[in-house]
Design a protein around this ligand. Structure first.
Ligand SMILES: [Zn+2]
Length: 283
């Protein structure tokens, strides 16, 4: 390590430590993969922060789904969308992979998943997401993991569920403190729901997996599967899922009251955009 690199690394380490993250190591690993160098370089960090800031833009090293799989991607998304319509938005949040296969098989409207679709879904789940730029942990490692129904509670009027225990308690504490204009915009998302969100984004991004993963965790990598949730302000609509949420009364009240615990901060080490609406419950 030369002097310049040593300075860069110590700056990163100090910044990482102040955030309570092991992110210098995480970024160093990504830097090695992408730059084939031993240490984090200025250029790597500059590119990294540009990417998470301009998350919806194409970046030169973005990784795309192979052309041959694009049709399968489209058909899989259509099938998942039909399933969501058939079983309902709320139920779709909880459905497991095995239940989804069975539900599709027994429904004329949905139709069974084809062999290429199942192979595609499996390959997406088991692919290492850091290969295309998502650097977060994978809290769900089994494709067949199901959300235990007896451990969840439905939040009236939202179509969303939360885990009993810490998630439900944090939500009620924040809701009581902030008031009626705080809404739960997304609670538990099982693997199948996360597939639909991530693959829809990948489809809309022209097969760009890197771009999709800057906005949505790939299936298995979402903490919505184990306890985190999203909040918004009633009437704020789609702005609840933009950086403008920081200008809302709800966000500022959460912050003032000391309840703000974000998973994806502005300078996070996960390769993900700033998500001021996503409340970290776990970890
Ligand atoms: Zn979220």
């Amino acid at each position: 390590m030369n002097r310049r690199q040593a300075i860069q690394f110590s700056v990163c380490a100090a910044l990482g430590a102040s955030l309570g993250l092991s992110w210098p190591a995480r970024l160093a690993e990504a830097a090695k993969q992408q730059e084939d160098e031993q240490d984090i370089t200025d250029q790597f960090l500059e590119d990294y922060f540009q990417k998470i800031k301009n998350f919806n833009k194409v970046h030169p090293k973005d990784v795309y789904l192979p052309e041959a799989q694009r049709v399968t991607l489209k058909e899989t998304v259509s099938r998942l969308q039909r399933m969501e319509r058939v079983i309902g938005h709320a139920n779709f949040h909880l459905i497991s992979f095995d239940e989804a296969l069975n539900t599709a098989k027994n429904s004329v409207t949905i139709g069974p998943f084809t062999r290429p679709e199942v192979v595609f879904l499996e390959s997406m789940f088991f692919a290492a997401a850091n290969d295309y730029g998502f650097l977060g942990e994978k809290p769900i490692t089994q494709l067949t993991d199901a959300v235990p129904k007896h451990k969840v509670v439905k939040i009236p009027g939202t179509g969303n569920f939360l885990f009993k225990g810490p998630a439900e308690e944090v939500y009620h504490r924040v809701k009581t403190a902030v008031g009626a204009d705080l809404q739960l915009t997304s609670g538990i998302r099982g693997i199948v729901k996360q597939y639909l969100l991530f693959l829809t984004k990948a489809l809309d991004s022209g097969g760009n997996l890197s771009m999709a993963s800057r906005s949505l965790a790939p299936p298995g990598y979402s903490f919505h599967g184990i306890g985190d949730f999203d909040v918004g302000q009633v009437g704020f609509g789609a702005l609840n899922f933009t950086a403008q949420f920081t200008e809302s009364r709800v966000f500022n009240r959460i912050k003032e009251l000391g309840y703000l615990k974000l998973r994806y901060t502005r300078d996070n080490a996960y390769g993900v955009r700033f998500e001021p609406w996503h409340i970290r419950v776990i970890g």
